[in-house]
Design a binder for this molecule. Structure first.
Ligand code: ADP
Ligand code: MG
Length: 516
């Protein structure tokens, strides 16, 4: 049995989730079953009592909402979304198909299991999972329990804005200053002020709105663009007057609004056409259909009102920290709606011209989590193949120095085969730009001075040889040292309490800078 570093980072999002694996020192997003980077955090239970997760579940939700317009009443629920909002509460989700209720953490565990299933060659038992900066102790504990239920025995938590800053910061040329992480998600908005000094990052302050996100944009499009279109083409006065039927109509139209919104981040106009027989009938018995075009101009005026709320919150955060937009060295965009050119322009005009558009707002958090994972010892011991020489490598996995000292020792007791009379070890950097040469190793150990590439994750292959120069299987086979960025103390500004300290989050975050 021997120890290795963690390899996986998971963004367990309210709306979408993603999994990222460290491969040769690079964070690689793993595709979902529909070959996408992200998985809808949506769980559906079928009549045959099968749990579906992701796009197929989200599709079920869309069909349920369309079907409701045929009878103008809702079916009993079997599709669940946004359960992350209720993590740590006793809220339960009752599925009529299953004949039982599920807790938010059980549903989250289903999402985690689905993410794990996209990694064919690994049974994931340890991972870094991200949480909002303002998560409280009970929400943190529920997230840990969800991980346990999904078979992730060793789970470390990392704040989402820190993860995003990590993904951004590694390649950033200037590693000093004030960064702002603007995370506009599907149903929540979080803004975090990050102070960076010589590559060491700390969350200084956070603010947000738990009920502001892409969903509000979708409903704004429904109310301001789609419903007026329907009013012009159909008789929907009675439907709109009754709260239940009005909401059934709005919920069914939301999916079209979302589709148009997402397309309009990249195209000048979006065509919306519903399928034949998709919706029910209007007040006069005529079947409702959608066949319309939405332009970027139409959309801009609708989105502006919603985005302005997030920008006002951002300004408040800056003000209470005695800062103005011009003090910000970088504004980092996170969350699907930040693809919107309307928002990007508003931020440039009202907050700072330094809006970064280099990192992918949908995957930055998962990537940062994987980068963070590569610096943490996995608690889960690995069974070594017969004939493996076990080594213990001690080093600082996150560094802001150009060189790092790696101590290598032979761990005789953990070896699973005969140990050569003389053992040599060589470290080779993955770009082949540096190698240690062969260094003789024993139980006392030796120190190798490793040259690091600036602002990158440095992967080193570990090669072991006997006295004849023949390769000997060894463990670990690779180590990673991230140069350029280190997480300082990940304070929980909303949540300075005994429980927060007990959660292990702070302890683990600060441990990363320590020799492991
Ligand atoms: P969360 O952090 O809540 O899980 P995400 O960051 O995944 O959320 O964002 C989900 C939101 O992003 C949804 O409202 C979705 O419609 C929206 N979104 C996804 N792609 C785009 C796009 N291209 N343009 C605008 N919004 C998008
Ligand atoms: Mg998110």
């Amino acid at each position: 049995m021997a120890q290795s570093k963690m390899k996986f980072g998971i963004d367990l999002g309210t709306t979408n989730s993603a999994i990222c694996k460290m491969e040769s020192g690079e964070p690689v997003i793993k595709k979902t079953d529909t070959l996408k980077d992200t998985l809808p955090s949506c769980v559906s239970f079928t009549k045959k009592k099968i749990a579906k997760v992701g796009d197929s579940a989200y599709n079920d939700l869309r069909q349920d909402k369309s079907r409701a317009t045929k009878k103008w009443s809702n079916d009993r629920e079997n599709v669940f979304i946004e359960f992350k909002r209720n993590m740590g509460t006793d809220k339960s989700y009752e599925s009529s198909n299953m004949g039982e209720s599920f807790s938010p953490e059980q549903l989250s565990a289903e999402v985690l299991k689905a993410l794990k299933s996209f990694i064919a060659d690994d049974n994931i038992t340890s991972a870094v999972i991200t949480i909002p900066a303002k998560f409280k102790a009970d929400q943190i504990a529920a997230t840990k329990r969800a991980a346990q239920k999904a078979g992730i025995e060793h789970c470390e938590l990392l704040q989402e804005p820190i993860a995003a800053s990590m993904a951004y910061g590694l390649s950033a040329s200037n590693k000093n200053g004030q960064w702002l992480v603007f995370d506009f998600g599907g149903g929540t908005f979080d803004v975090a002020l990050i102070k960076v000094e010589d590559g060491i990052m700390q969350v200084k302050d956070t603010e947000g709105d738990n009920y502001l996100g892409g969903k509000n944009l979708d409903y704004a499009i429904v109310d301001s663009i789609i419903i007026p279109y329907l009013k012009e083409n159909y008789s929907i006065t009675n439907i709109m007057e009754n709260e239940t039927t009005r909401n059934i109509l709005r919920d069914a139209m939301k999916f079209y609004a979302e589709q148009a919104k997402n397309q309009l981040s990249f195209k000048p106009q979006a065509d919306i056409t519903s399928q034949l027989d998709e919706f029910g009938e209007d007040d006069e018995g005529e079947e409702i259909e959608l066949d319309m075009v939405i332009t970027q101009e139409q959309l801009a005026s609708v989105l502006t009102l919603v985005f302005q709320k997030a920008i006002d919150i951002t300004k408040q955060l800056l003000k209470r920290n005695g800062l103005s937009g011009s003090d910000l060295d970088k504004l980092i965009l996170v969350g699907g709606p930040t693809y919107s050119p309307v928002l990007r322009e508003m931020l440039r005009k009202q907050v700072t011209p330094n809006v970064d558009t280099d990192i992918d707002p949908m995957t930055a958090v998962a990537k940062g989590a994987a980068l963070f994972a590569s610096g943490i010892d996995s608690d889960v011991k690995e069974e070594l193949a017969i004939g493996t020489v076990a080594l213990t490598l001690s080093y600082e996995a996150n560094s802001v120095q150009p060189i790092e000292f790696v101590t290598i020792q032979l761990s005789k007791e953990e070896c699973t085969g005969s140990i050569p009379s003389r053992l040599f070890v060589e470290l080779v950097r993955s770009d082949n730009g540096w190698s240690s040469g062969k260094v003789e190793i024993n139980e006392i150990g030796d120190v190798i001075e490793c040259q690091l590439m600036d602002g990158k994750n440095n992967a080193f292959t570990v090669n072991a040889y006997d006295e004849k120069g023949t390769t000997v299987p060894c463990f670990p086979k690779e180590i990673n040292i991230m140069q350029g960025i280190v997480v300082g103390n990940a304070v929980l500004p909303y949540n300075i309490s005994i429980e927060a300290h007990d959660s292990g989050l702070e302890k683990k975050c600060s441990e990363v800078g320590k020799r492991s």
